[in-house]
Design a protein around this ligand. Structure first.
Ligand code: IPE
Ligand code: IPE
Ligand code: MG
Length: 252
């Protein structure tokens, strides 16, 4: 289970297998659990269970590759529209993950944070999240952020509301609303923007994930379904990232 995934990439180095840069922040849209299950005539819940296993693997691999921030899309604000039974299964898995994995995550030096609309989560899950964030708050090896009940547009609207309230209260001048102050009101105020966004399952869309933060991210779309995603796949996405030239609008 804890075998090193790569010998080519050493912990903490900033060099990818092909000599390119290691992205400081990797974000993943973990998609394809349902299709993985369907291909095996299994219930969708079985796909989600395997998806949770894949997350365990990839957290470990990301830390080994020297990634500092890993953000994963676990449940979108739009996923509440799924059948109640599936939502219940996903929330059950989340409970299990937060209860069973947290000791291991903590031992491995991972700091866990959750972003998204907590008000829609049940009280016991909110408590598990708060406990996990507190327990791992001082860890520095890898920053793992799980987006739950998260939507990029909702996040931007929430930031706008907060800024508007500060203006109404007289503590903010509208002239001081800029990209920096806006960013400080996002869930990711303390997290750098993603360098690399990976989506599995062959879909080529972002489905409301990190809209503001991904303005200059590099995207890698992969056909593998999330439950099949392995450390080697993360390594090849990082290698592809290493070969990209980022220009940020400047002349190349
Ligand atoms: C991703 O897998 C997990 C969640 C969105 C919660 P899906 O459940 O979307 O799987 P597909 O896209 O139906 O295969
Ligand atoms: C995005 O996947 C959300 C997560 C991976 C948690 P979806 O499966 O919900 O996205 P769409 O419906 O294909 O756009
Ligand atoms: Mg999907």
């Amino acid at each position: 289970m804890s075998q090193p995934i790569s010998t080519a990439v050493k912990i903490g180095t900033a060099e990818a297998p092909d000599g390119g840069a290691i992205p400081r922040h990797v974000a993943i849209i973990m998609d394809g659990n349902g299709r993985w299950a369907k291909a095996r005539s299994l219930p969708r819940a079985a796909g989600h269970r395997e998806g949770a296993e894949a997350l365990r693997r990839i957290v470990r691999a990301a830390a080994e590759f020297g990634v500092d921030y890993l953000t994963v899309f676990g449940f979108s604000s739009e996923n509440w529209k799924r059948p109640a039974e599936e939502v219940t299964d996903l929330m059950g898995l989340l409970r299990l993950y937060l209860r069973k994995e947290i000791a291991e995550i903590d031992r491995e030096g991972v700091r866990l944070r959750v972003i998204g609309d907590r008000d829609r989560l049940s009280d016991d899950i909110i408590k598990l999240i708060e406990d996990a964030e507190q327990r791992t708050g001082a860890n520095t090896r890898l920053n793992l952020t799980v987006a739950l009940s998260y939507g990029g547009r909702a996040e931007i609207v929430r930031a706008a509301q907060r800024l508007a309230k500060a203006v109404r209260a007289g503590s903010l001048d509208p002239e001081d609303i800029n990209e920096d102050s806006f960013h400080r009101h996002l869930f990711t105020a303390d997290i750098p923007d993603p360098d690399l966004v990976i989506r599995t399952s062959g879909e080529k869309r972002i489905s409301n994930f990190l809209l503001w933060q991904s303005a200059y991210a590099e995207y890698v779309f992969m056909d593998k379904l999330w439950p099949d995603f392995a450390g080697e796949d993360l390594k090849s996405a990082i290698a592809e990232f290493g070969g990209r030239k980022r220009r940020y609008g400047a002349a190349g």
